[in-house]
Design a protein around this ligand. Structure first.
Ligand SMILES: C[C@](O)(C(=O)O)[C@H](CC(=O)O)C(=O)O
Ligand SMILES: [Mg+2]
Length: 308
């Protein structure tokens, strides 16, 4: 009821334990706190809060328009609804290295287990689109150093994302990843890798966990968990999958209503009222309330008792 019983510190310690090379832990993206218990119930390893999704959900493109406050608040609302660790997309860190330090504090305060900070120039682009630019190694490593120095919980995961693969090629991305690890990155997110071999090369080149971004309609093929595990990947994200699925369903249902004049034929596809109530733990609230209501207050503590 209300929220997770696991503390942020416990979730961060757990995240550290599960992120081993080849473990291919699955972190579905969620754009709503309501999906968090669902993801946990289905047996996944953690939650991912996508910057693209938070922007798109607000009707904005993913070009660095969202603010730290918006991201920390939404990511925190999601994180608190699950006992699983939640990783948030912190884009370029929301400013200069000093701002990156503040970003880490805010995300720690919001109960996140970790975040990733990328080496794109601001305004950033979706990592799977053409025309993005990256900063130089010095600027990129300063962001990571600031993040690592700012954290107060040593287990808060600082993941460095490099977008260099699509800009300068795999060798440059590998070299950048190594520099980011030397600057204090606990994990590497190599963006827009072309094939499985590239993931393999990256996993061999760094001795920290490597993430695979399985976003649809992007530059990477949608590999299976087994394939990515065999390449040495520690963590897989499905960042926009639930938003795309939900928006697809919404669009189809709206078309049904306007074509048929009723949503009747779309109802079997919908989550039922009962299931929705199960997810928000309706019953636990009712019995909590009943318990409080039925609680017997000794006479001397009541107004009536005091008057006597
Ligand atoms: C992972 C990502 O940074 C995100 O914000 O979810 C995006 C996902 C996407 O746009 O498909 C990305 O840049 O890959
Ligand atoms: Mg993003």
């Amino acid at each position: 009821m209300l929220y997770a019983k696991t503390t942020p510190e416990q979730k961060r310690a757990h995240l550290r334990q599960i992120l081993t090379p080849g473990a291919a832990r699955q972190f579905p993206g969620t754009f709503t706190p309501l999906s968090a218990p669902l993801i946990q119930e289905k047996g996944f390893d953690g939650l991912y809060v996508s910057g693209a999704v938070l922007a798109n959900e607000l009707g904005l493109p993913d070009i660095g328009l969202t603010t730290l406050t918006e991201v920390a608040q939404r990511a925190g609302q999601i994180a608190r609804m699950s006992d699983l660790p939640t990783i948030a997309d912190a884009d370029t860190g929301f400013g200069e290295p000093m701002n990156v330090a503040r970003t880490i504090h805010e995300l720690e305060n919001a109960g996140l287990a970790g975040c990733h900070i990328e080496d794109q120039v601001n305004p950033k682009r979706c990592g799977h689109l053409d025309g993005k630019s990256t900063v130089d190694t010095e600027t990129a490593t300063k962001r990571i150093r600031a993040a690592a120095e700012a954290r107060r919980d040593a287990n808060f995961l600082i993941m460095a994302r490099t977008d260099l693969r699509a800009v300068e090629g795999l060798d440059a991305a590998v070299e950048r990843a190594q520099a980011l690890v030397a600057a204090g990155a606990d994990a590497i997110f190599p963006e827009a890798m072309k094939d499985l071999r590239e993931f393999e090369v990256m996993c061999q080149a760094v001795d920290v966990p490597v993430l695979a971004n399985m976003t649809e309609f992007g530059k990477s093929e949608l590999f299976t968990r087994e394939q990515l595990a065999s390449a040495g990947v520690a963590l897989i994200i499905y960042p926009v999958t639930s938003l795309r699925s939900a928006m697809g369903a919404i669009e189809r249902t709206l078309d049904t209503i306007s074509a048929a004049g009723t949503q009747e034929s779309a109802v079997p596809e919908m989550m039922t009222r009962a299931r929705l109530y199960e997810l928000v733990d309706y019953e636990a609230y009712s019995s909590f309330d009943a318990g409080v209501f039925d609680f017997d207050v000794p006479d001397r503590f009541t107004n009536q008792g005091a008057q006597r």
